[in-house]
Write a new protein. Structure first.
Length: 182
Protein backbone atom coordinates (compact mmCIF):
# COMPACT_ATOMS: atom_id res chain seq x y z
CA UNK A 1 0.00 0.00 0.00
CA UNK A 2 1.07 3.56 -0.68
CA UNK A 3 1.35 6.41 1.78
CA UNK A 4 -1.51 8.95 1.75
CA UNK A 5 -0.52 11.17 4.67
CA UNK A 6 -1.62 14.74 4.09
CA UNK A 7 -4.13 13.85 1.36
CA UNK A 8 -7.81 14.75 1.68
CA UNK A 9 -10.28 12.42 -0.05
CA UNK A 10 -13.95 13.23 -0.72
CA UNK A 11 -16.53 10.45 -0.52
CA UNK A 12 -19.73 11.48 -2.31
CA UNK A 13 -22.82 9.59 -1.12
CA UNK A 14 -26.42 9.90 -0.01
CA UNK A 15 -29.06 7.69 1.59
CA UNK A 16 -29.13 4.20 0.13
CA UNK A 17 -25.38 3.76 -0.43
CA UNK A 18 -23.98 0.23 -0.38
CA UNK A 19 -22.60 0.09 3.17
CA UNK A 20 -19.37 -1.80 2.49
CA UNK A 21 -18.61 0.31 -0.59
CA UNK A 22 -18.39 3.37 1.67
CA UNK A 23 -16.83 1.82 4.77
CA UNK A 24 -14.18 -0.40 3.16
CA UNK A 25 -12.55 2.25 0.90
CA UNK A 26 -12.87 4.77 3.76
CA UNK A 27 -10.86 2.42 6.00
CA UNK A 28 -8.36 1.78 3.20
CA UNK A 29 -7.54 5.46 2.67
CA UNK A 30 -7.61 6.50 6.33
CA UNK A 31 -5.38 3.58 7.35
CA UNK A 32 -2.80 4.96 4.92
CA UNK A 33 -2.96 8.43 6.50
CA UNK A 34 -5.54 10.26 4.37
CA UNK A 35 -8.34 12.39 5.74
CA UNK A 36 -11.71 11.12 4.47
CA UNK A 37 -14.55 13.65 4.14
CA UNK A 38 -18.16 12.62 3.56
CA UNK A 39 -19.88 14.95 1.09
CA UNK A 40 -23.61 14.66 0.48
CA UNK A 41 -26.68 16.52 -0.78
CA UNK A 42 -28.15 15.55 2.62
CA UNK A 43 -27.20 17.06 5.97
CA UNK A 44 -26.71 15.39 9.32
CA UNK A 45 -26.50 11.64 8.86
CA UNK A 46 -27.02 9.37 5.86
CA UNK A 47 -27.98 5.72 6.04
CA UNK A 48 -26.77 2.85 3.90
CA UNK A 49 -29.11 0.26 2.48
CA UNK A 50 -28.13 -2.19 5.22
CA UNK A 51 -28.42 0.34 8.05
CA UNK A 52 -24.89 1.75 8.43
CA UNK A 53 -25.07 5.40 9.45
CA UNK A 54 -22.46 7.97 8.46
CA UNK A 55 -22.11 11.59 9.55
CA UNK A 56 -22.05 14.09 6.67
CA UNK A 57 -19.07 16.41 6.92
CA UNK A 58 -19.84 18.79 4.08
CA UNK A 59 -22.79 19.57 1.84
CA UNK A 60 -22.25 19.04 -1.86
CA UNK A 61 -22.94 22.76 -2.41
CA UNK A 62 -20.08 23.68 -0.06
CA UNK A 63 -17.60 21.18 -1.49
CA UNK A 64 -14.94 22.27 -3.96
CA UNK A 65 -12.80 19.75 -5.83
CA UNK A 66 -9.80 22.07 -5.36
CA UNK A 67 -9.87 21.25 -1.65
CA UNK A 68 -9.41 17.50 -2.22
CA UNK A 69 -6.83 15.12 -3.67
CA UNK A 70 -9.35 12.57 -4.96
CA UNK A 71 -12.95 11.38 -5.03
CA UNK A 72 -14.64 8.07 -4.16
CA UNK A 73 -18.12 7.22 -5.47
CA UNK A 74 -19.64 4.29 -3.55
CA UNK A 75 -22.43 2.28 -5.13
CA UNK A 76 -25.92 1.37 -4.12
CA UNK A 77 -28.82 1.62 -6.57
CA UNK A 78 -30.69 4.35 -4.67
CA UNK A 79 -27.46 6.24 -3.95
CA UNK A 80 -26.30 6.20 -7.57
CA UNK A 81 -29.71 7.17 -8.91
CA UNK A 82 -30.21 10.07 -6.46
CA UNK A 83 -26.71 11.48 -6.96
CA UNK A 84 -26.92 11.53 -10.76
CA UNK A 85 -30.06 13.69 -10.48
CA UNK A 86 -28.35 16.24 -8.20
CA UNK A 87 -26.81 18.98 -10.39
CA UNK A 88 -24.32 20.04 -7.72
CA UNK A 89 -23.14 16.45 -7.22
CA UNK A 90 -22.71 16.03 -10.99
CA UNK A 91 -20.78 19.32 -11.25
CA UNK A 92 -18.53 18.37 -8.33
CA UNK A 93 -17.78 14.99 -9.88
CA UNK A 94 -16.92 16.58 -13.23
CA UNK A 95 -14.63 19.08 -11.48
CA UNK A 96 -12.42 16.24 -10.22
CA UNK A 97 -11.92 15.13 -13.82
CA UNK A 98 -11.34 18.70 -15.01
CA UNK A 99 -8.62 19.01 -12.36
CA UNK A 100 -7.03 15.64 -13.33
CA UNK A 101 -7.58 14.15 -9.87
CA UNK A 102 -8.00 10.42 -9.16
CA UNK A 103 -11.55 9.07 -8.91
CA UNK A 104 -12.63 5.70 -7.59
CA UNK A 105 -16.06 4.31 -8.47
CA UNK A 106 -17.70 1.01 -7.64
CA UNK A 107 -20.93 -0.75 -8.56
CA UNK A 108 -23.82 1.68 -9.25
CA UNK A 109 -21.64 4.67 -8.34
CA UNK A 110 -20.77 4.89 -12.04
CA UNK A 111 -24.17 6.31 -13.00
CA UNK A 112 -23.09 9.82 -12.04
CA UNK A 113 -20.19 9.58 -14.52
CA UNK A 114 -22.68 9.37 -17.38
CA UNK A 115 -24.34 12.62 -16.32
CA UNK A 116 -20.96 14.28 -15.70
CA UNK A 117 -20.03 13.36 -19.31
CA UNK A 118 -16.56 12.07 -18.40
CA UNK A 119 -16.57 8.62 -19.97
CA UNK A 120 -15.79 9.15 -23.65
CA UNK A 121 -12.83 6.99 -24.63
CA UNK A 122 -12.44 5.50 -21.14
CA UNK A 123 -12.39 1.82 -20.16
CA UNK A 124 -14.44 1.03 -17.04
CA UNK A 125 -16.31 -1.67 -15.20
CA UNK A 126 -19.38 -1.50 -12.97
CA UNK A 127 -22.29 -3.54 -11.78
CA UNK A 128 -23.35 -5.34 -14.99
CA UNK A 129 -26.74 -3.58 -15.26
CA UNK A 130 -24.94 -0.26 -15.92
CA UNK A 131 -22.93 -1.48 -18.94
CA UNK A 132 -25.36 -0.15 -21.56
CA UNK A 133 -25.58 3.26 -19.87
CA UNK A 134 -21.80 3.49 -19.62
CA UNK A 135 -21.31 2.38 -23.23
CA UNK A 136 -23.90 4.91 -24.40
CA UNK A 137 -21.89 7.57 -22.56
CA UNK A 138 -18.82 6.65 -24.63
CA UNK A 139 -17.01 4.16 -22.40
CA UNK A 140 -15.67 0.73 -23.21
CA UNK A 141 -17.22 -1.53 -20.57
CA UNK A 142 -15.38 -4.66 -19.44
CA UNK A 143 -16.29 -7.36 -16.92
CA UNK A 144 -13.19 -7.29 -14.69
CA UNK A 145 -12.54 -7.12 -10.96
CA UNK A 146 -10.87 -3.71 -11.16
CA UNK A 147 -10.01 -1.41 -14.07
CA UNK A 148 -7.61 1.54 -13.93
CA UNK A 149 -7.76 4.11 -16.74
CA UNK A 150 -5.53 7.16 -16.20
CA UNK A 151 -6.57 7.83 -12.61
CA UNK A 152 -10.10 6.42 -12.86
CA UNK A 153 -10.44 3.24 -10.77
CA UNK A 154 -13.61 1.17 -11.22
CA UNK A 155 -14.95 -2.10 -9.84
CA UNK A 156 -18.14 -4.15 -10.05
CA UNK A 157 -19.41 -5.26 -6.63
CA UNK A 158 -18.48 -5.55 -2.93
CA UNK A 159 -16.69 -8.80 -3.79
CA UNK A 160 -14.13 -6.68 -5.66
CA UNK A 161 -13.36 -4.36 -2.73
CA UNK A 162 -9.91 -5.78 -1.86
CA UNK A 163 -8.63 -5.19 -5.42
CA UNK A 164 -10.50 -1.87 -5.69
CA UNK A 165 -9.04 -0.57 -2.44
CA UNK A 166 -5.48 -1.51 -3.44
CA UNK A 167 -5.72 0.26 -6.79
CA UNK A 168 -7.60 3.23 -5.29
CA UNK A 169 -4.85 3.82 -2.73
CA UNK A 170 -2.20 3.43 -5.44
CA UNK A 171 -3.84 5.98 -7.76
CA UNK A 172 -4.49 8.45 -4.91
CA UNK A 173 -0.82 8.20 -3.91
CA UNK A 174 0.26 8.92 -7.48
CA UNK A 175 -1.80 12.11 -7.45
CA UNK A 176 -2.96 14.03 -10.48
CA UNK A 177 -3.02 12.26 -13.82
CA UNK A 178 -2.61 14.52 -16.85
CA UNK A 179 -4.84 12.29 -18.97
CA UNK A 180 -7.55 12.17 -16.26
CA UNK A 181 -9.93 14.69 -17.75
CA UNK A 182 -13.51 15.23 -18.81
Amino acid sequence: MAELTGKRIAFLATNGYEDSELTSPWEAVTSEGAEAVLVSPESGTITGKKGHEAKVDLSVGEADAQDFDGLVLPGGVANGDKLRMDEKAVALTRAFFDQHKPVGVICHGGWILTDADVLRGRTVTSYPSLKTDLRNAGATWVDEEVVVDNGLVSSRTPDDLPAFNDKLVEELAEGEHERQSA
